[in-house]
Design a protein around this ligand. Structure first.
Ligand code: SF4
Length: 423
């Protein structure tokens, strides 16, 4: 079976794949996108199984320089070449061999490639773009801890990731490529949580917490679990996508001591859900860990209803609930990757009612400057007064619901009622 789904280009942009909505070609494309494949060995066919399956080997052999990348992928575009020349001086670069195998080197619009290979456009910043788009630093009472919502905190434990995403909200700090001074002090972070009895939910993130050794992670989780008012622990990680080898039985056995513990993973395109990743997610789910997925809406990656539908359906097959789709933050140098909010709403309309409700994530904008997540939905309520609500369903049909205690209906929408264009 081919790993790469044949792509039919449209005028809109390079990766839109489908024919008319509901057409046979849409169904065929959806089916192909939902197939599970192994990432395979690619250039690393001579490596032993033991090494390939070792997460330490994968980390040690990451692609981090222009020379390595050019050797493996002589098809770099001029934009990628210029971007990669800045690797690890100005722009973070690391790709695990496993994840590299998901790139189609013959396709300059490959949705995997766009997520991890630097481009020179990243050095162009608009005046409305920010190095700290969610205002985390201004909501940080101690280094590495963000307290923005009333009852929960974000506990940043590391600035390292298995691979680096081109659109990272924390690109200011990850990998230390841009010289940000990131030095979390666990004792101070934990002391803050101990003192703030309103904090009932702690989200470990970074960087990627699952890059820690089992022992270090167990130490941190134990200290948090010992705080009586901490009811709920969460880990945000992209490791099952970049480095599924890290999800060992030993790690899962350690994590399951700390329930209730939820994990949010981060997949953007159905091709990221390989056989290896499905197995890794299965090991986490078998350990009783509820799994959610957070995607970022990205231009030429997943700004297509069929791609997103394939992603959410495949996530459910991996026992992962699609949780959020984020509008890409106004990150410095991310204009070439940002899809429009209008496109995000169109995608949500194509999901709601058209696929399993469990598969429909919440589309949110993280309000610039630190306003928190704001849900953005297609409009289903057409009007609402004391007596009645006029709503439309996923097919555009209009219905009237009489409010509790409302008066007898005085009218119904006429047969030819046309819903206004709402966005
Ligand atoms: S894995 Fe997460 S923290 Fe790391 S670079 Fe990607 S988006 Fe940023």
């Amino acid at each position: 079976m081919p790993l790469f789904v044949p792509i039919v280009r449209t005028k809109m942009h390079g990766i839109s794949l489908v024919g008319p909505k509901g057409s046979d070609s849409e169904a065929v494309t959806l089916g192909r996108l939902k197939e599970f494949h192994s990432a395979g060995r690619g250039f690393w066919s001579s490596v032993s199984d033991q090494d390939w399956d070792s997460w330490q080997w994968q980390l040690k052999n990451r692609i981090t320089t222009l020379a390595q990348l050019q050797r493996l992928m002589p098809t770099l575009t001029p934009e990628e070449l210029a971007g990669t020349q800045l690797a690890n001086r100005k722009l973070a670069l690391a790709i695990t061999p496993y994840f590299f195998n998901l790139i189609d080197p013959t396709d300059e619009h490959c949705p995997i490639r766009r997520q991890v290979i630097p481009r020179i456009e990243e050095t162009t910043t608009a005046s409305w773009e920010l190095t700290d788009p969610c205002g985390e630093d201004s909501h940080s009472p101690v280094p590495g801890l963000v307290h923005r919502y009333p009852d929960r905190v974000l506990f940043l434990v590391t600035d390292r990731c298995a691979a680096y995403c081109r659109y990272c909200t924390r690109s200011r700090l990850v990998s230390n490529a841009s010289g940000y001074d990131f030095h979390p002090e666990f004792d101070r972070q934990i002391a803050y949580i101990q003192e703030h009895t309103e904090v009932r939910d702690v989200l470990l993130s970074g960087g990627d917490p699952l890059l820690f050794s089992d022992e270090k992670l167990e130490y941190l989780l134990s200290r948090l679990r010992a705080i009586p008012h901490v009811e709920f622990l969460r880990i945000g990680t992209r490791i099952p996508i970049f480095l599924p080898q890290r999800i060992t039985p030993e790690l899962c056995a350690m994590l399951k001591q700390f329930h209730p513990l939820f994990i949010s993973v981060h997949a953007n395109h159905p091709r990221e859900l390989t056989i290896e990743t499905r197995q890794a997610l299965g090991r986490l789910a078998d350990s009783g860990i509820p799994l959610g997925n957070q995607s970022v809406l990205l231009k030429h990656v997943n700004d297509d209803p069929v791609v997103m539908k394939a992603l959410v359906q495949k996530l459910l097959m991996c026992r992962v609930k699609p949780y959020y789709v984020y509008q890409c933050d106004l990150i410095a140098g991310s204009a070439h990757l940002r899809a429009s909010v209008r496109k995000g709403i169109e995608i949500m309309s194509a999901l709601r009612g058209h696929t399993t409700g469990y598969g429909v994530p919440q589309f949110v904008i993280d309000a610039p400057g630190g306003g928190g997540k704001v849900p953005v939905n297609p409009e289903y309520v057409l009007s609402h007064n004391a007596d009645r609500v006029v709503i439309r369903n996923f097919e555009g049909k209009v219905f009237e619901y009489i409010e509790a205690g409302g008066a007898k209906p005085r009218f119904k929408p006429s047969e030819d009622f046309v819903a206004p264009e709402l966005f």
